[in-house]
Design a protein around this ligand. Structure first.
Ligand code: NIG
Ligand code: FE
Length: 388
């Protein structure tokens, strides 16, 4: 067992209440990693000795980003749809069927290679924990296959058979499949289940349908997450609270009753609200107001939603920059949301912070403070730091 000392940290974000400010910051800091875990963090003047040493030479270090919402297993792209949107077309979810067709037609090796490329892209930008959903298979064989492939790269896999009703199958027959044989085949490969609850979309699911999907998944032992209130108001936020979901995702269109219910639930471990401003960027739609949620005491996560339809980006630093610029977050709120917020959305206490005992998942920023992540948008400053 080798202990590893990281020195030369100009600013260390720990989320440890022993240290300064909302992020638990130590300046001129050092960190000791032992057996893949944080063993010590504090001012460099009192750093203990260790077997090996890495000097980051005046850079900032923070917990690796936790991207708690992605759809990384798919084939093909929809750049034409994106370009049409930028020329005035609206996003409805209809294009999902095109990705389903391309994904079904791709072999395991092609999907695996594409997935590996996207995971490497995320890691190169500082992401160390990724959630990955199915949802581009939409039959028993392909949903099971996508989850199996996702499971090869992360334990945080989510069954999203209820993404949309695929073309050529009756709604009720599809719901029976999703809550029956498809769930049975997929549950062994998934930690979570999710549903696209969006009554305004002809392709997605209404409140009652979503409740049926989620209660069946919970009975199969899966934790719950909900895609909702993305395209317009709807029952998804209240459903997420009612069913004890870990996360309500998108949440762009919330009314006062939704925010009140989420705030009341927050006191008892209610849903984290996961905001994905890359979606609003890439669909040219209005951004949600994170400050309203934060003021109500609700934990907010930032995630990429990386998928070929609404946001083809793996970049958590971009989400931090958008969170600050467009969701009206402070730098501290955005950095917390991309680390601790994501971890809480996945109900993980071993990642998203650098308190003693945490996994030593580190992100180093090529700048003296983490504010540069938002201050210098689009500049590739962040990367993961592998030690010990
Ligand atoms: O999270 N909203 C539903 N699902 C994805 C988009 C999927 C697609 O368009 O391919 C999302 O935005
Ligand atoms: Fe999504």
């Amino acid at each position: 067992m080798t202990s590893h000392l990281v020195t030369g940290i100009a600013e260390l974000v720990t989320h440890d209440g022993r240290f300064a400010g909302p992020l638990g910051v130590v300046r001129d800091a050092a960190l000791v990693v032992d057996d893949g875990r944080v063993a010590w963090a504090g001012p460099s003047s009192s750093a203990p000795a260790a077997d090996a040493r890495t000097d980051v030479e005046g850079r900032a270090v923070l917990p690796g980003f936790v991207d708690s919402h992605t759809h990384l297993v798919f084939a093909g792209d929809r750049a034409d749809e994106f370009a049409a949107r930028m020329a005035g077309a609206r996003y409805t979810g209809g294009g999902i069927a095109r990705t389903v067709a391309a994904t079904r037609a791709a072999g395991d090796d092609a999907l695996r290679a594409h997935l590996a490329r996207l995971v490497a892209e995320a890691k190169a930008q500082g992401t160390t924990t990724l959630e990955i959903k199915s949802g581009y298979g939409l039959d028993v064989v392909h949903e099971e296959r996508l989850l199996r492939l996702a499971r090869e790269v992360t334990p945080e896999t989510t069954f999203l058979g209820a993404h949309v009703v695929p073309p050529g199958i009756d709604r009720n027959a599809y719901l029976a499949l999703v809550t029956g044989p498809m769930l049975a085949a997929c549950a062994p490969h998934a930690r979570w289940a999710d549903v696209f609850c969006e009554p305004g979309s002809p392709h997605a699911f209404d409140g009652d349908e979503s409740r049926a999907v989620l209660t069946a998944a919970a009975s199969a032992g899966l934790g719950l997450r909900v895609h909702a209130n993305q395209l317009g108001p709807g029952p998804g936020a209240l459903l997420a609270v009612e069913l004890g979901a870990a996360s309500l995702d998108h949440a762009t269109h919330l009314d006062d009753a939704d925010v009140t219910a989420l705030a009341d639930a927050a006191a008892h471990g209610g849903p984290v609200v996961t905001l994905m401003p890359g979606v609003e960027l890439s669909t040219r739609s209005p951004y949600p107001d994170a400050r309203r949620l934060l003021h109500a005491g609700i934990e907010v996560a930032l995630a990429t939603d990386c998928n070929p339809g609404t946001c083809y980006s793996t970049s958590m630093p971009l989400m931090i920059a958008l969170g600050v610029a467009h969701l009206r977050m402070t730098v501290e709120q955005a950095v917390r949301a991309a680390t601790l917020g994501g971890a809480r959305a996945l109900r993980r206490d071993d990642v998203g912070h650098l308190r003693v005992g945490a996994r030593a998942d580190l992100c180093v920023v090529d700048a003296p403070s983490v504010a540069h992540l938002a201050y210098r948008p689009g500049v590739p400053l962040a990367r993961t730091l592998d030690v010990g």
